[in-house]
Write a protein that binds this ligand. Structure first.
Ligand code: 6MZ
Length: 347
């Protein structure tokens, strides 16, 4: 991140609902990971895309493969998860839903169950250390791993939903959108829904996912990630838009990620405009703050300057995000109270 956001955006209390753990690792933490594993010969330029640069989505997915080599043990996961949580808190994020794909690594003896336990441990440690942020966890399904793994992931998420004291609240469907089809994951997603897990699904991140989105919108998901190609102006359809609007499904919008990954040609053509002007619930998010060299304050400032939002509009956006979260109702009320206390007098 080259220039930090203006004080208004940094001081704004914020809710982050779309953040992939390994994509959120900051350059400072990355330096430490690289120093720990010199034998991998990884340079920092391979783990982040500096602002102003553009990559294809496929190139972005190569970056995650490099990061996964650097984060492959319990120790690494604890370190990155704690650092990511502290960084979001330092950026004024008061409520965070972190998501990550459980991985097993034979080399280090890491199992998927330990992976999730370690993220939960990091969340607990941050709480004990008094970091001012409420953190929840979404267990992620990587779409390229197919039906069987998706089912196993749902089972894992369900177990933790029951045993984690409210930390695990839902399931994310993510991964390279050019690989696999949602049809094969439908039984797993239905199972997740039936057992009470909330669903945050990446939908229509690329144009060819129209049929898949129609199918997945009937679940329905509780939130949509990106939804870049849902509306007719970009090759989506009125049917898709109707489904999203009738069910009032909030959309997680990640400006820098989409422009850097070139699924959106420029900031002013971002689909934020389409959904926001319709009054549809929109939540600004970072996606992968480490890889895309951004933070949430920066994303709010970008949206404000691109779409001419007033400070009041920005405040309302951040406050509405509370109600798009998967937090239990009493937590939402506490957050509302926090926002009321922090509201600047000038608004
Ligand atoms: C789809 C994405 C993504 O799970 O190892 N991920 N999936 N679209 C995106 N847009 C750029 N950005 C990240 O974090 C990295 C993983 O998150 C998903 C991919 O599956 C990636 O491997 P975790 O913590």
């Amino acid at each position: 991140m080259e220039t930090p956001a203006d004080p208004f955006y940094r001081q704004l209390p914020k809710v982050e609902l779309h953040a992939h753990l390994n994509g959120s690792v900051s350059s400072e933490t990355m330096e430490q990971l690289i120093a720990r594993k010199p034998q991998l010969n990884i340079e920092h330029s391979m783990t982040a895309i500096r602002s102003g640069q553009r990559r294809t989505l496929d190139e972005c997915f190569q970056v995650f493969k490099v990061i996964h080599q650097l984060v492959d043990s319990e120790e690494d996961i604890l370190m990155v998860a704690k650092a990511v949580i502290q960084e979001f808190a330092a950026d004024g994020v008061k409520y965070l839903e972190l998501r990550s794909t459980p991985r097993e690594e034979t080399k280090t003896g890491l199992s998927k169950r330990r992976y999730v336990e370690t993220v939960i441990e990091a969340i607990h440690q941050c709480k004990q250390e008094g970091v001012d942020i409420d953190v929840r966890f979404l267990v992620a399904i990587d779409r390229r791993n197919g039906t069987k793994v998706a089912m196993e992931t749902v089972k894992l998420a369900e177990d933790f939903m029951l045993s984690s004291n409210g930390v695990v609240v839902g399931l994310d469907l993510s991964g390279d959108p050019t690989v696999g089809h949602g049809r094969d994951l439908l039984p797993a997603l239905q199972k997740a829904r039936n057992c009470g897990l909330k669903l945050a699904l990446h939908l229509s991140e690329i144009p060819s996912q129209k049929e898949e989105s129609e199918l997945l919108l009937d679940l329905p998901p509780d939130r949509i990630g990106h939804g870049t190609f849902l509306h007719p102006e970009v090759g989506g359809s009125d049917t898709l838009v109707d489904k999203v609007c009738k069910q009032k499904i909030p959309i997680e919008l990640c400006l820098t990620s989409n422009v850097t990954g070139q699924t959106v040609p420029s900031y002013d053509q971002h689909h934020f405009k389409y959904w926001y002007t319709r009054g549809h619930p929109c939540v600004l998010c970072t996606d992968d703050k480490g890889v895309f060299c951004t933070d949430l304050s920066q994303e709010y400032q970008l949206a404000a300057s691109t779409f001419r939002l007033s400070q009041e509009d920005v405040w309302d956006l951040s406050q509405q995000a509370i109600h798009c979260s998967f937090a239990p109702e009493p937590v939402k009320q506490q957050l509302e109270q926090k926002w009321a206390k922090l509201r600047p007098v000038c608004l």
